[in-house]
Design a binder for this molecule. Sequence first.
Ligand code: ACM
Length: 707
Amino acid sequence: MKFIGALAATLVAFPAYAAPALMPLPVSVVPNGTDVLRIEGPLKADWQGCGDAAVLDRAATRLGSDIQRQTGLIFDPAKPVAVRSTCRSSQDGADRGEAYRLTVENEGVSIDADGPTGVLRAYASLRQLAGLSPAGIAIAHQTITDAPRFAWRGVMLDPARHFISVATLKRQIDAMERLKFNTLHLHLSDDQGFRVESLRYPKLNADGEYYRQSEIRDLVAYAADRGIRIVPEFDVPGHSRAIVTAYPEVGTFSKTMFLGQPEVALNPASEKTYRFLERLFGEMAPLFPDPHFHIGGDEVSKAVWADAEDVKALMARENLADSKAVEAFFLRRAAGIVRRLGKTVIGWEEVSGAGLPKDSIVQSWQTSNAMADATAKGHRTIMSAGYYLNLLMPADYHYGIDPAATAAAGLTPEHAKALRGISPLLANFVTDALVDFPHAPLSAEQEKLLIGAEAPLWGEIATDELIDHHLWPRAAALAERFWSPASVTDKADMYRRLAVASAQLTVSGLDDKANRQRIAARIAPGDNGAVAGLLAITGPVRNMAHDHRIKAMLAGRRIVQPLNALADTAPVDSLVARRFADEATRYVAGERALGAPLRAQLGDWQVNEARFGAIAAGNPLLEPARPTAALIAAVATAGLDALDALEQGRLLSAAQVQKANELLARLEKEEAASWRPFDSFLRPQPAADLIVKIGPGIRTLVEAAAK
Ligand code: ACM
């Protein structure tokens, strides 16, 4: 924790508005005296031994214009600032060369990087050091020494479920560069669509929602410029309804029905399937120069092949005992095709026992146990269990899960047991694969095989316009979890820096807050301020509780769920509610000047009920949230009562305390209703699928005024 102290020391040299907030936190930040480097003119970048100058030239131009945009300053051409980089190697090499040392001194900034990507990572730190201040840039003299904990640090996006435009992907790549991510994994095919133009199999693109091959090439180059690889995933043999619908001759349809339709998968018994994959993967692989190629392999239905005569014949011929063995047979063939294309195979954790080549990479997604098992089998492994951003858990939940912990993500055994006791149907769903049992720590050998982690954002309830705010700022906290030393675990400090990183992302062009405003204006053209006020302190219910299609399917119906509700728009982490809680804590601790802003904030929340009610009448997107607005007003009133008592040096009455505690208990119950998977489907959810986030701050005031 030495470097946190060092960082804090650099902070005191700055006025609050300019305080830099590095994220991911570097390995070490050492202040050097009390002087600062002022940046008043354009950056004058040069480099030695760093390979392709054009890439770094573009990176330096980007850095300069980003800093101007962050600060709003006009640079004086007569006052250039030198940014000198030296690379140990002109190539990144297998470890990607991302380590760097950055020194800020009177003469300018100097960077020593392992490879060219290390220069990009140093630029990302410099971008954050320059801050957001319109009052001028003054960077404290210091030396940052930094290297990633994990070589693989990714985000996974899912254009298969809802198509994502190239422009939206590029915005995420821009943000990823700022947070030092290096991998964008795209889930490009699933039941809902196949998203890359295929000239060989054009029926795959019949729905019109796909990337042209030229767009893929452009996107790959755009990401590579920012030190980010794009890894494509084409999911087989399951999650393949789009392929099988277009080319039924390579599929198997179950005779049994599941949720009103036959199940489908690729047909493992037909040579046609493998010829199809040879041609399809043969067309896709060269579009993505990265050496990795993801074949999915997850969630293959046990029933889909059960009644197929040709699969039964295959099982007899190849001596395959069950559907798992059939799946493994298929995966080995598919992996062979990928290897002949010169690529390394990646598959989800289900491929772990399939006998794939030893150099295949396993991506664990259900439990930490699965990561431990895959590394024990000798596979390089990417950890994604615990990092599913589509579950809409707060940043600190994900941040608290270490990628190398062997029992940190997944259902607890106790929770699984309780769920199984509820009904046989549920017991069927809650398999051991979802349960994280106590487990020995990784051996040194296993630790080496854990190459990194990825945060997936599955797209069932994320349209193009919702991507920015579902992904950010939470992904920034995970960028830190994947880059910074394992000892960096202070959640309060993470949130403090996350607020700054989030503001920088917005200033730099991320659409998270702008989108929210646009959506609020669309929902409530008359007074989007009332909607914005409500959205600032609420968040969506978690663990797919807002995915109403699941409940409908379980009830035997299919629905298309519109994704234009307040719960689609509300931020998962309310930084406004966090700031309020922080100010309440400081007020109670004696910072009495905070009484006025706290009172103003509480008053706004209180009056917003009437304002919201006035526009909600007759508006089907707003009506469901009237109880939410009323609850917020009631809780704010309890907070104002507590503030009155504290200001007047008296205690709340017993009746006031009881009322406040009832309201706060209700908020906690509503929060808990979707905190754990499965519970989220079983328990009643709050009005409009919205959780009110101001409870902790109000509780601080009430408790102080009650004793
Ligand atoms: C997955 O979430 N099915 C990998």
